[in-house]
Design a protein around this ligand. Structure first.
Ligand code: PMP
Ligand code: GLN
Length: 393
């Protein structure tokens, strides 16, 4: 312990404590409540991909430091996936970078691209690591609030345009969006692209939920829009696309110049990670469309299962078009404070959820919003919603 009165945690991180995901998962563990908080599936991804990791480990592939940018097989598979799914062409040797999950991709990108005092525009509610990484890079976050509109959340394009200043360096986009489940439409993405070109902004787009879109929603990568390929850093994750969140394999695709910049920061964060898992993810990215189609159909069914259960329990439900989260409003129960509600929820009915209020700068905007994850077994979802019925009584 130092005797100095100076705080140990530096000024850039002073506003940050334990992440809400760690806090709420610990609460679930402590109370034995059903954990619909932190977003991780309770069923592992495809067996053949798990086996591919075991094989790599046994065969001694990736047990020592893999190459800094990622193993060639995985970089080639990422490039092939972007080409096959979206018609986007990337040079696997120069324009693809493997990272320790999307989390490191976000951190390395922001640390590489921001100067102190640069402004970063991100949607609010924002995924918590955005705020922390912008802060660690010395930047300033400028939130643009997604607002409830006709049962889901939408972006106000005028607000977005008005948020751009001479200090704006980049737009940090997330579609499909955690926690609201919003999937940006072609018209919205066109407007974002036009704005980025007009104001000469870099764009970082977190597309980790790219395969989790429902009904007639379509995931359109920002890099496919006019003028965007050359200014966009796109981020993906095997955790989300293949249900192996513990492997922490993510990737970045962009221009050679941008990937070089991101790699410069990344090599001093982890340098490399997840050697044997990289071989398995290379195989996963080459799974046929049938895998992605059934993954999506299964989750859409689970969304409906949880959504119906939450409505029956009395929540106001915002219908997500993507991700594996449902945002609700707790006002019908006479509750107004999502954080207090989530802290008390295990005791009240044995379920853990996430208060969206912590993802807002504007304390009023998300005060009564609570997020539930539906990437869980059907019987777990059914039991959780039956327990939540107790709230109404
Ligand atoms: N971005 C978003 C929007 C997320 O929800 C998450 C969390 N799963 C991540 C990034 C981090 O992904 P990873 O686990 O691959 O680091
Ligand atoms: N992305 C996951 C979620 O939103 C959590 C990841 C984490 O715990 N950092 O729930």
């Amino acid at each position: 312990m130092t005797s100095s009165t100076r705080p140990l945690l530096n000024r850039r991180l002073a506003e940050f404590g334990t992440t809400i995901f760690a806090e709420m998962s610990a609460l679930a563990l402590r109370t034995g409540a059903i954990n619909l908080g932190q977003g991780f599936p309770d069923t592992d991804g495809p067996e053949e991909i798990r086996e591919a990791a075991v094989r790599a480990l046994r065969d001694g592939r990736g047990n020592q430091y893999p190459p800094g940018p990622g193993i060639p097989e995985l970089r080639a598979a990422v490039a092939a996936h972007q080409e096959r799914r979206y018609g986007l062409s990337y040079d696997p040797d120069a324009e693809v970078l493997v990272t320790a999950g999307a989390t490191e991709a976000i951190a390395a990108t922001l640390l590489a691209l921001l100067e102190p005092d640069d402004e970063v525009i991100a949607f609010e509610p924002y995924y918590d690591s955005y705020a922390a990484c912008i802060a660690m890079a010395g930047g300033t976050r400028v939130p643009v609030t997604l607002r409830p509109y006709e049962g889901s959340f939408r972006l106000d394009l005028d607000e977005l345009r008005a948020a751009v200043t001479d200090r704006t360096r980049l737009l940090l986009i997330n579609t499909p969006h955690n926690p609201t489940g919003t999937v940006l439409t072609r018209a919205e993405l066109t407007a974002i692209a036009e704005l980025a070109v007009e104001r000469d902004l870099l764009v970082v787009t977190d597309e980790v939920y790219e395969h989790l879109v429902f009904d007639d929603a379509e995931h359109l990568p920002l890099a496919t829009f006019p003028g965007m390929r050359e200014r966009t850093v796109t981020i993906g994750s095997a955790g989300k696309s293949f249900s192996f969140t513990g492997w922490k394999v993510g990737w970045v695709t962009s221009t050679q110049e941008l990937v070089t910049a991101v790699r410069t920061a990344k090599q001093y964060l982890t340098y490399v990670s997840a050697g044997p898992f990289q071989y398995a993810v290379a195989e996963a990215l080459r799974l046929p469309d049938a895998y992605f189609d059934s993954f999506r159909a299964d989750l859409q069914r689970k969304r409906d299962l949880l959504g119906d259960g939450l409505r029956a329990a009395g929540f106001e439900v915002y219908q997500p078009q993507g991700t594996y989260f449902i945002t609700t409003d707790i006002t019908p129960f006479g509750d107004k404070d999502a954080y207090a509600f989530c802290r008390a929820l295990p005791e009240r009915c044995g379920v853990v959820a996430i208060p969206n209020s912590v993802f807002y700068d504007d304390p009023n905007a998300g005060r009564s919003q609570v997020r539930f994850a539906f990437c869980k077994k059907d019987d777990v979802l059914a039991e959780a919603t039956s327990r939540l019925q107790r709230l109404a009584s």
